[in-house]
Ligand binder design. Sequence first.
Ligand code: SAM
Length: 303
Amino acid sequence: MSVEQWGLRVPARDGETIRQALIREGALDPMLKVLRDGSDLILPLNGPREGAGLYSFEAHPGREPLPRHELVGGIAILQDNDPAGAEKILASRPSLHTAVYAQGEVTGEYRTREFTILAGAPTTRTEVIEHGHHFTVDLAGAYFSARLSTERQRIAKQVQEGEVILDMFAGVGPFAIALSGRASLVVACDLNPQAVVLMLENCRINRVENILPVVADSRRLAEVLSWRFDRIIMNLPLSGTEFLPEAFRLCRPGGIIHFYSLVSSEGEHTARICELRGELIAERVVRSYSPAQWHAVYDIRVL
Ligand code: SAM
């Protein structure tokens, strides 16, 4: 029986190492067989992640495939309202405490979704471990996506000792906490008070003391902060463009802005960046969103 599921294409020579890492993370779908395609392997995943695509997999004989779902900490998020499937998922993995159905898309200024509890403990709160950091998240109360964990590590490696960083759309603080190691200060702003309460808790859990959480509209930051930042994170992919002038005002000359945006063509924002007196260092695809659109990150130096 073949099943459509998310898969990660890897060179066959690295396949076993990556497979073991995915098992440790609880991200490998144990019900499906690994695919071989030339010199690559395609490893079946429980849900989407950076670099993954949809493939047709064969189920292991005797193992019934699980409904498609995504894992966030101890919660499985199903794409269908399938209580029986939810029970099967919980039974297959002791580390999970809850299975939910995500009703509709991420919406509103807070970028949250509504969930129906299908099985397990009646909560949308869970703990996520990402590269040694622990995050308490509440899926219904504040945005969180594990799909940007590689991005956070990429940027963390670029941070220089003593940098003053601004995260304009910080959510529960995953970027701010990941970047706080070498920074002297990270100002982490979000409009959603519930996100900022969780961020405070996450700072405490991770013993991070150089983050300044702010509940505010990022449009107003330049009016109240006289600082100029060395680095700015802008992760509001659907409407971040309107905040670009604000980010340029808040960044020092020579400083870096990491601007995430949903785009449908390469170079979509290049002209606007030049107009604002920015130099485009790099434009990368972070993940695909639909056949014609993808999330891109623009690394920009302010001139
Ligand atoms: N950076 C976080 C992450 O990676 O998990 C959260 C990103 S989420 C896509 C965008 C966040 O921006 C949400 O938490 C939302 O509440 C916040 N937001 C939306 N509009 C805002 C505004 N005008 N000022 C500050 N935060 C805003």
